[in-house]
Ligand binder design. Structure first.
Ligand code: CP
Length: 317
């Protein structure tokens, strides 16, 4: 047996020590700010050799455009190599392999695993059996911490600060994992929250509790136009059709909020409209030409932030 083989097998008998990113609460306020600074750094300082000799596994058990492709762009820009799949139906999951065995195996091939999975808690479970760090690229309706990081970066870039901002979260606050992560993160920065949703899709009690624990102001409301003049950030989300058990319930709420350009008249000068994307119909395309629309720049910011997250998680920056 070669030394390399002995080393690989010995990994099974050592405790797992890695700093995965599963929830946005895995980062302190100081780390959030450091990562934003690092994203600014990568935006102006490409480092095409940083991930040389690193192999990153990109495992998407659920569809994605931005998260997967911005991670792959970030890896390639830093000189790393990618293995993985964009569709679990081409993996041995189809033959009945467990997530545990899939992750244990791939963590012997790669230096880091980026993973999206439809089941809440799947990323946490993966981090407990993996030999290498896991970055959660979305687990069910639970958390989407890398989206949250690029949202924070986008807010900082457009407002100059993260402190004392008024932020409206609009749409599907029940299933919209990006809003759950954003409430947790912005609670570090004395935010005031305007939670705009239909009754059926209100923000979960656990997120409301986070706001209360930080003694922050929040308003739950149904009327989008009441929130628009008040806020610095208007964070639109789509109604998450794939999470509804009852298709009729989706039909009832799917058109709850549709932002049109004229509705931004009278909004604050510094207002920016964010959306994690994809959008369905909740932002009319007439908003795209408004300088307050920021969602495509937000998607670009994801590349710089994911470069920062890769470098940080691998301990390279
Ligand atoms: N924002 C986001 O997660 O987009 P994708 O589903 O396209 O990755």
């Amino acid at each position: 047996m070669t030394k390399a083989t002995i080393f690989r097998w010995s990994l099974f008998f050592y405790p797992i020590m890695n700093k995965s990113l599963i929830s946005i609460t895995d980062y302190s306020k100081e780390e959030l700010l450091q990562l934003i600074d690092l994203a600014y750094y990568f935006e102006s300082h490409p480092e095409p050799e940083l991930l040389k000799n690193k192999i990153i596994a990109s495992l998407f058990f659920e569809p994605s455009t931005r998260t997967r492709l911005s991670f792959e762009t970030a890896i390639q820009r830093l000189g790393g190599r990618i293995i993985g799949f964009a569709d679990a139906s081409v993996s041995s999951t189809q033959k009945g392999e467990s997530l545990r065995d899939t992750i244990m195996t791939i963590s012997l091939y790669a230096d880091l695993i980026v993973m999206r999975h439809p089941i809440e808690g799947a990323a946490r479970f993966a981090s407990e059996v993996s030999r290498v760090p896991i970055i959660n690229a979305g687990d069910g309706a639970n958390q989407h911490p890398t989206q949250c990081m690029l949202d924070l970066f986008s807010i900082k870039k457009t407002q100059g600060t993260l402190e004392n901002l008024k932020i409206a979260l609009v749409g599907d606050l029940k299933y919209g994992r990006t809003t759950h992560s954003l409430v947790q993160a912005m609670s570090n920065f004395n935010a005031t929250f305007y939670l705009v949703s239909p009754e059926e899709l209100r923000m979960p009690a656990s997120s409301i509790q986070t706001i209360k624990d930080h003694n922050l102001k929040y308003y739950e409301m149904k009327n989008l136009e009441d929130a628009i003049p008040e806020v610095d950030i208007l964070y639109m989300t789509r109604i998450q059709r794939e999470r509804f058990a009852d298709p009729l319930e989706y039909e009832r709420v799917k058109n709850s909020y549709i932002l049109h350009n004229h509705m931004l008249d009278g909004s604050k000068d510094n207002l920016k409209v964010l959306h994690p994307l994809p959008r369905v119909n909740e932002i009319n395309i007439d908003v795209d030409k408004n300088p307050k629309a920021y969602y495509f720049q937000q998607a670009l910011n994801g590349v710089y932030m994911r470069e920062a997250l890769l470098a940080h998680t691998l301990g390279l920056k």
